[in-house]
Design a protein around this ligand. Structure first.
Ligand code: 5GP
Ligand code: ZN
Length: 108
């Protein structure tokens, strides 16, 4: 996908500091964060959207990484959202999961 921004990030055509990376998955902060923590969890393979995802092994890897990010970002009890836009709601046609938080007010 020549024009896909997430493929360009994967291929290092666009410099990006990764929060996490392995052979299948990359994680980096959203450029326009909606919460203090707003990470994008992105499979390196160009899967157009969630409805096209068939690889259960990949889905399981994504789940584990999202859970790891929840822990390392200290969101476990702070309120978080994991969301996927699809069906035309998404801006970028390369599957990605948003992890956003914290959502809960807490006493200090
Ligand atoms: P979508 O609406 O497709 O679910 O969300 C796409 C997200 O990608 C948006 O939250 C947007 O801010 C983010 N985004 C768009 N371009 C870039 C970019 O070049 N770098 C990063 N880190 N995030 C981007
Ligand atoms: Zn792509």
């Amino acid at each position: 996908m020549d024009t896909c921004i997430f493929c360009k990030i994967r291929d290092k055509e666009i410099p990006k500091e990764f929060t996490y990376e392995d052979e299948d998955i990359m994680v980096f902060p959203d450029i326009n964060p909606k919460k203090p923590i707003h990470l994008l969890i992105v499979p390196k393979e160009h899967i157009v959207e969630f409805a096209k995802l068939t690889d259960d092994v990949l889905l399981s890897k994504i789940r584990k990484i999202i859970q790891q990010m929840i822990t390392t970002s200290k969101l476990s009890d702070a309120g978080y959202q994991v969301t996927v836009n699809g069906g035309g709601l998404q801006d970028i046609d390369h599957l990605h999961f948003h992890l956003k938080g914290p959502w809960l007010e807490r006493e200090v």
